[in-house]
Design a protein around this ligand. Structure first.
Ligand code: ZN
Length: 68
């Protein structure tokens, strides 16, 4: 590991927050959400979502990672 440990948190990303209307640090995590209602595409029933929470206002946004 050659990365410096200067960042205060592990999963902190500076991103644009629509609520703050500025770039703020976000806590980012990955969640696997099971969409069991769609029986046709069972192979794609588990979708990874990228969940980002603004550390300033607490606004949480989840985005499906497979969206093109
Ligand atoms: Zn915010």
């Amino acid at each position: 590991m050659s990365k410096s440990k200067s960042s205060p948190r592990n999963n902190e990303f500076v991103e644009e927050c629509p609520s703050c209307e500025s770039r703020t640090p976000h806590d980012v995590s990955i969640e696997i959400k099971t969409e069991s209602r769609k029986r046709e595409n069972r192979e794609f029933s588990r979708e990874p979502y990228r969940v980002a929470q603004c550390t300033r206002c607490g606004d949480t946004r989840s985005q499906r990672m497979n969206d093109a």
